[in-house]
Design a protein around this ligand. Structure first.
Ligand code: DX5
Ligand code: ZN
Length: 213
């Protein structure tokens, strides 16, 4: 079954309250978007805030680092109840060392690609990583419109993963609603990241159930 990761980025409500509400659903992960004001122009949460707030949930964290120099953040987030730490392909050649750093903590490693990045670039990395995160919006902001070129990327990645018998899972992030989730699943996505569609509603569970159907 497709897994659901709930992004808390777009919430305007009290964070503790929202995290407690997510904890009561059957969502698989809490997706944490970290932005440094360099890799993307906006800034989001501080580590101290996330460390404190995530005490209110037993959900595993899916940490998405939109950060130019993520070394320190990796060391920090590896201490929490984390399943995946994802860094961006676009930060440059340091990713090879950082993949090993993430794994050295016993945490699963993800690499994300921006909408403008050619998917072929990360094919050689697939055997080294646990997750590939296809961005379906330009990173930096919740509530944007889904960019359809993500679908072709998911299809191509799935083809490669099956052909080579890799264990890498495919996640897709940005602008996802019920209809789009369905198309992403058909294309081969294993994890759907959704923020606005879930956290701006009155009934988190029913939105999550819709994304899975
Ligand atoms: C965008 C973030 C996403 C996004 C998801 O930079 O990585 O996780 O906020 O939220 P929605 O579903 O609102 O696009
Ligand atoms: Zn994200």
């Amino acid at each position: 079954m497709t897994k659901i990761a709930v992004s808390i980025l777009s919430t305007t409500d009290n964070l503790t309250k929202v995290i407690k509400k997510i904890d009561k659903t059957d969502a698989d992960y809490l997706h944490i978007d970290i932005m440094d004001g360099k890799f993307v122009s906006s800034k989001s949460f501080a580590f101290s805030q996330i460390a404190k707030e995530t005490k209110h949930t037993s959900k595993k964290l899916d940490v998405h680092l939109m950060v130019q120099n993520p070394s320190k953040e990796i060391a920090n987030y590896a201490l929490l109840n984390v399943e995946y730490i994802t860094i961006h392909y676009e930060i440059g050649e340091q990713i090879i060392t950082l993949i090993d750093k993430i794994k050295s903590y016993g945490v699963k490693c993800g690499i994300s690609i921006n909408p403008a990045t050619d998917v072929q670039k990360i094919i050689p990395l697939l055997p080294k990583i646990d997750l590939v995160l296809v961005m379906s919006v330009h990173p930096g902001l919740g509530g944007q419109t889904f960019l359809a070129n993500a679908i072709d990327k998911i299809r191509l990645l799935k083809e490669q993963i099956i052909k080579n018998d890799y264990k890498t899972v495919i996640s897709v992030d940005g602008g996802i609603n019920q209809e789009i989730a369905h198309v992403c699943q058909e294309a081969g996505a294993d994890i759907i990241v959704a923020g606005t569609f879930i956290v701006t509603s009155n009934d988190f569970q029913s939105q999550i159930t819709k994304l899975r159907s």
